[in-house]
Every structure is written in C-alpha cells, then in structure tokens.
Design a binder for this molecule. Structure first.
Ligand SMILES: [Zn+2]
Length: 164
C-alpha cells in the first residue's frame, strides 16, 4: 500500500509515495495545565504537507497525483519550485538555511543600492517588495508564509530531535 493508491498523493518533486508529514487540526481542551486533544483529526487540500525524503513542502493540493485539469497551476508552481531547488540540494541544517537567507538578503541590499539600513529595515523592505512581486505573479504570499512557518517549526523540531 502506498499513499498514491490510498490517498492519491505523491511527492511532486521526488515521486516518493511512502510517507509524508501533514499538518492536522484537531480540537483540544484548554486549561491551566495546557492542551488535551480529543476527537477527530482533520486534514485537507489546504493542509501543509512535507516530504521527508526531499524536504519539499507545500499544501496537500500540490501533492495530488497528476491531475490534467490543474496543468496551468502546476506551471505557476514550477516557477516557485525552481527557486526552492537549491534548498533541497543542500544538507538539512538550520545554520545552512540561515546562511542561505543571509546571502539572499545581502544580494537584495546590493541590488537596491540604497544607503545602509538596519537589519530590521532590510528584512521589512524585502518582505514588502515580495508582496508586490506576489501581486504581479498572482501568488498568495500569506499562504506561502503559512507553509514556511510550518516548515520552519518542523525544521526546529527536527534539529532538536534528530541532531541535524
Ligand atoms: Zn519528495
């Protein structure tokens, strides 16, 4: 049994269909002692999903086994994916991830040729410009950020647990 036969899901990057990591929602009793989950767990097309084989992450909808109706969407997605290929080819170490971002931020500042700004301003400017870029490419930055945040938390947890 594979995820492809059971759920019609497969990693669009490495084609692995044995195991994926998915964000679930469930209800929990909240008290002073913390949360106590109960009841059913839910996940669906907009749930964040990650392939542990190649580190690809996107919403579950992106993991749906080939659907000809969405070929147009896939092309848009490929453009974004190209920018993620570097990420996948590298060792999964959070120091390396931070280093990559520092390179990108430096390249951005070099390109703008603005006077030196504080690190905060630099990040804010880049994020602001990214919003404009997403507007023009019809991308949902909020959704990208949600996926990124979940991936970030998973990477933190992985670093804590797996020593990577
Ligand atoms: Zn994969």
């Amino acid at each position: 049994m594979s995820l492809r036969t059971t759920y019609d899901l497969v990693c669009p990057r490495c084609a692995d269909d044995r195991r994926l990591i998915v964000e679930i929602s469930t209800l929990a009793h909240l008290s002073a002692e913390g949360t106590e989950p109960f009841g059913d767990q839910y996940w669906g097309p907009s749930s964040v999903c990650r392939c542990p084989q190649c580190d690809y992450h996107a919403t579950i909808a992106s993991f749906a086994a080939a659907d000809p109706q969405h070929e147009g969407d896939d092309e848009t997605r490929l453009e974004v994916d190209d920018q993620q290929i570097d990420i996948v080819g590298q060792p999964n170490c959070n120091d390396d991830r931070a280093r990559r971002a520092a390179h990108a931020l430096r390249a951005y500042r070099d390109y703008t040729g603005d006077r030196p700004v504080s690190p905060d301003e630099n990040v804010v400017d880049l994020l602001t410009d990214l919003r404009h870029l997403c507007d023009r490419r019809d991308l949902d930055l909020g959704n990208c950020d949600r996926i990124a945040h979940t991936a970030y938390l998973a990477e933190l947890a992985e670093a804590k647990g797996g020593g990577r």
